[in-house]
Write a new protein. Structure first.
Length: 437
């Protein structure tokens, strides 16, 4: 095979590349280098601008804006907020609503029925205390409905918010602070400001003889006079409600109140004192007695209202009765809603025997209660169970080896569950079980 010449082997004689071809080969490399330099310069300039070294457009940085504080109209300027009042004609009772912001579409409202004392001082929440969220509706009104669908309150602000119209349907709140059906219904006007607490004025007691201890005590303590006045007002309201619903029980209620006053007077005036503070213990006794009495009257009146239709808000009514039985034991049988069914089968002598048989009560069981007499459980025991729906109470009293059961429906009726268990546990220890009637 012929070998090429040295010139051919060294490339001599081959075709040389043109200028256009050389430029085409170098162009991508040049573009890459230019882009790299441009990108580096861009990063440096942005960093310098952000650091403030280049203070000209487009590298001048925007100055931060001062924070803007926006006041909430609902909290500061909304005319619907504030205290609204409506006096009950011909009385010292004043309905009060304190409206505050509850969010974007709601108000928080605190409803109370207050009392204005003789000295002009307002006493808040005497006849009821209830709070709720008023949710705004598309028609501009606000509405609150409780979880039991019993208490319904409709609120509307009218005449450029100069008036607040309230419509209430159903009982609102717990029994001890109940605002009864329609008690809040009315037209309210906005108070300029919440009334300032007033210190009751002191009276000149120097002319009262020392022998009139009670009169002198109340004269020298304005707050005690107010407590007595408010308690009397709550009692008067309870008596009105009782006459409207259980008129046959009003006489006994009035007699019991007179007896309570006599007992409190006797106990408190005979309270032991010290030479350093001869009146302190007496004043404390009266004050605590009036507080307890007023709380009991509020619960008592609340139960009267709830008993008129126990199916509405039944659980609330049952819980209130259970709490009452826990606190007062066999005294619960004297509530007027049980009187019609219990008086014919549990005469006064048997009721007194039950009280004695439950002198020492066991664990509080709500609607079911039991206890032992002063001589011990083997000699005397008592138990009862309340049926809120039927407004009845079944009672059992044990004397030694005999148990007497007082049931509104007689022996044929099925005993309440807890009382049935109580009776079964004692069948082996007694010889006789008698049912009345």
């Amino acid at each position: 095979m012929p070998q090429g010449t040295p010139d051919e082997q060294d490339g001599v004689g081959q075709e040389l590349p043109t200028a256009e071809a050389t430029a085409a080969e170098d162009s991508p490399q040049k573009k890459s280098r230019v882009l790299g330099v441009g990108l580096t310069l861009g990063i440096v300039c942005c960093a310098a601008g952000a650091s403030g070294y280049l203070d000209f457009w487009p590298f001048r940085t925007a100055q931060p804006k001062a924070p803007v504080h926006v006041s909430s109209p609902a909290a500061d300027t909304d005319p619907r907020l504030g205290t609204w009042t409506s006096a009950v004609p011909g009385s010292k009772w004043v309905r009060t609503i304190r409206v505050s912001s509850g969010g974007v579409h709601a108000f928080r409202a605190a409803f109370t029925v207050d009392y204005t004392a003789e000295n002009g001082a307002p006493v808040a929440g005497v006849l009821g205390d209830y709070s709720a969220n008023l949710l705004m509706q598309s028609d501009g009104e606000a509405q609150a409905i409780d979880s039991e669908q019993v208490c319904q309150i409709q609120a509307s602000w009218q005449a450029d918010n100069q008036q607040l119209v309230i419509r209430q349907k159903g009982h609102c709140g717990e029994a001890a602070n109940l605002i009864p059906d329609h008690a809040l219904t009315g037209t309210y006007r906005k108070a300029q400001q919440d009334p300032e607490p007033q210190t009751p004025a002191r009276q000149d007691c120097s002319q009262i003889p020392a022998a009139k201890v009670e009169e002198k005590l109340f004269c020298g303590d304005p707050s005690l006079r107010t407590a007595r006045e408010v308690t009397a007002a709550v009692y008067a309201d309870a008596l009105v409600q009782l006459r409207a619903r259980y008129a046959e029980q009003a006489g006994e209620f009035e007699a019991a109140n007179q007896q309570w006053q006599a007992d409190v007077r006797k106990v408190c005036l005979n309270t032991q004192t010290t030479p350093e503070d001869p009146d302190g213990a007496k004043l404390t006794c009266f004050g605590q007695s009036y507080d307890a009495r007023m709380n009991w009257l509020r619960l008592y009146t609340g139960l009267l209202h709830l008993s008129t239709d126990p199916e509405k808000g039944f659980q609330r009514y049952a819980d209130a009765l259970a709490g009452y039985a826990d606190s007062y034991g066999s005294q619960a049988l004297r509530l007027p809603m049980f009187a019609k069914r219990m008086l014919p089968i549990l005469p006064a002598a048997d009721a007194a025997e039950l009280d004695s048989a439950m002198t020492h009560r066991g664990s509080r069981g709500g609607l079911y209660q039991w206890g032992c007499g002063p001589m011990g459980c083997d000699h005397q025991e008592g138990a009862f169970e309340i049926d809120p729906k039927r407004a009845s109470v079944t009672v059992a009293i044990r004397n030694g080896s005999k148990i007497t059961v007082f049931s509104p429906d007689g022996e044929a009726a099925e005993l309440p569950e807890n009382l049935h268990t109580w009776l079964e546990q004692r069948t082996t220890r007694v010889r006789e079980i008698v049912y009345k009637p």
